[in-house]
Design a protein around this ligand. Structure first.
Ligand code: ZN
Length: 238
């Protein structure tokens, strides 16, 4: 097994579409094991092929309280409802955004043994499936971020604090009455497919890049300047 370097934004491979896996070979199974090891060592929830430089439709998922797994050629067949939720990404270390995601996602994929896997997902798993399948299509969570204050760096003041609970719930349910479960989901703090984030209402610590594992320290100068540019663009649009 090996830990693979994680590509950071704006690495162009993150904007490319990944190819379907036509045959599950020993090499594909090895890549799957490496992706799980890489994901776990970065303490993430999801990792797509593009993020480790492999344009294959493969996603490693490790949702808390479930076994880690790799899914191959995943396809979403149904989405339902909308919610506003906080999200991060391993290719954007130290950044978070507010995005709109589905309440429920039905998806199908293959396991590394070639068996069909059916998902009827809500909560974090639904979010992770949408986020990671976006990656395979060259899409990133920043594409779903609408405004400057909806993208922030760990340790900064951000838009979530400006939402009163009622407004936030209203927004999450788009006007309809939420179930208790949906309400908890809408209120849930930072837990994105990118970073496992233990935010229990405590102040967020500023992100310390020197603490990142070397395999994630690819090109921070390029990453930081691209993020500065992106945030300026979002400000100009508001
Ligand atoms: Zn991501």
């Amino acid at each position: 097994m090996a830990i693979l370097p994680i590509r950071l934004y704006p690495d162009p491979i993150l904007r490319r579409e990944a190819r379907p896996v036509s045959e599950i070979t020993a090499a594909i199974r090895k890549l799957a094991r490496d992706m799980i090891e890489t994901l776990d060592s970065a303490q993430g929830v999801g990792l797509a092929g593009n993020q480790v430089g492999m344009l294959r439709r493969m996603v490693a998922l490790h949702v808390p309280d479930r076994e880690p797994l790799v899914i191959i050629n995943p396809e979403i067949s149904h989405r339902e409802g909308e919610r506003r939720i906080q999200e991060g990404c391993l290719s954007f270390p130290g950044y978070f955004g507010m995005v709109t995601r589905s309440m429920r996602v039905v998806a199908r994929a293959l396991s590394t043994e070639g068996e069909q896997l059916d998902f009827d997902a809500t909560e974090l798993l639904a979010q992770a499936l949408e986020h990671e399948i976006d990656h395979l299509n060259g899409m990133l969570f920043i594409d779903h971020v609408q405004a400057h204050e909806d993208l922030w760096k760990a340790g900064e003041e951000h838009g979530v604090h400006e939402h009163g609970d009622i407004d936030f719930e209203h927004e999450a349910g788009h006007g309809r009455v939420l179930t208790a479960k949906e309400r908890d989901e809408a209120r849930k703090p930072a837990m994105g497919p990118g970073e496992s984030h233990e935010d229990d209402g405590e102040e967020e610590e500023p992100f310390d890049y020197t603490q990142l594992a070397p395999y994630r320290q690819a090109d921070f100068a390029a990453f930081e300047s691209a993020l500065r540019e992106l945030r300026e663009k979002l400000t100009a649009q508001v």
